[in-house]
Design a protein around this ligand. Structure first.
Ligand code: HEM
Length: 180
């Protein structure tokens, strides 16, 4: 997993919960490479999972809520660094429809070693969007945070239904967006 995802995560933890919690979760990740993460590095995604679990223990907040908040935090970074993907899209449904075949394809060109999830878009009623997230990594709640932040960013009157389709593993989920 890209180092920038780790550095964003640790920035969020430091800002919201302080340096003591940040140190504690870095230690929980196993002390590999002395806990030093750089934006241009690549690290085992299991270190992220270990840090997120430890953060949940340290703060007594549900893991899912923390991953959603993390997705919302990363979204702000995406809007700053990859602005054109946002200005090219006419709204939430248009933007989210472009992730699999365009945005993550462009991301892969920039970072050939990126570990990206897959999205499929099953047929649905006009005005709605159904997208199914699948990954070897349990980041469905992180994806949910990105989807929720997208809805806020574009401000379209939509409601989101999230269904776990991974039996609680967090490796796949169905997102249904419908007019409010
Ligand atoms: C401008 C928009 C976006 C950019 C530039 C972008 C880029 C990236 C990058 C660089 C990674 C890290 C890959 C790695 O760690 O190796 C990533 C991962 C991920 N992206 Fe995107 N992304 C965008 C939008 C979205 C949106 C809107 C969603 C959700 C619907 C999404 C879902 C994910 C998820 C869940 C991961 C974590 C890896 C996994 O679950 O397997 N992305 N993306």
């Amino acid at each position: 997993m890209k180092g920038m995802i780790f550095t964003e995560f640790l920035d969020m933890v430091g800002e919201r919960f302080g340096l003591a919690v940040k140190d504690r979760i870095i230690t929980a990740a196993g002390g590999a490479h002395d806990g030093a993460y750089t934006a241009v590095g690549n690290y085992d995604h299991r270190e992220m999972v270990a840090m997120a679990l430890e953060l949940s223990r340290a703060t007594a907040l549900p893991l899912r809520d923390l991953l959603i908040a993390f997705g919302e935090h990363v979204f702000v970074m995406f809007t700053r660094h990859y602005g054109r993907f946002f200005t090219e899209a006419s709204g939430t449904v248009d933007f989210l429809s472009r992730i699999e075949d365009y945005i993550h394809v462009e991301v892969r060109k920039l970072y050939p070693d990126a570990e990206l999830p897959s999205f499929t878009y099953p047929p649905c009623a006009a005005g709605q969007l159904v997208m199914e997230y699948r990954s070897p990594r349990p980041m469905a709640a992180f994806a949910e945070g990105l989807v929720r932040a997208t809805m806020k960013h574009f401000g379209d009157p939509l409601v989101l239904l999230v269904e776990d389709i991974s039996g609680g593993a967090g490796t796949s989920a169905r997102f249904t967006l419908a007019p409010a």
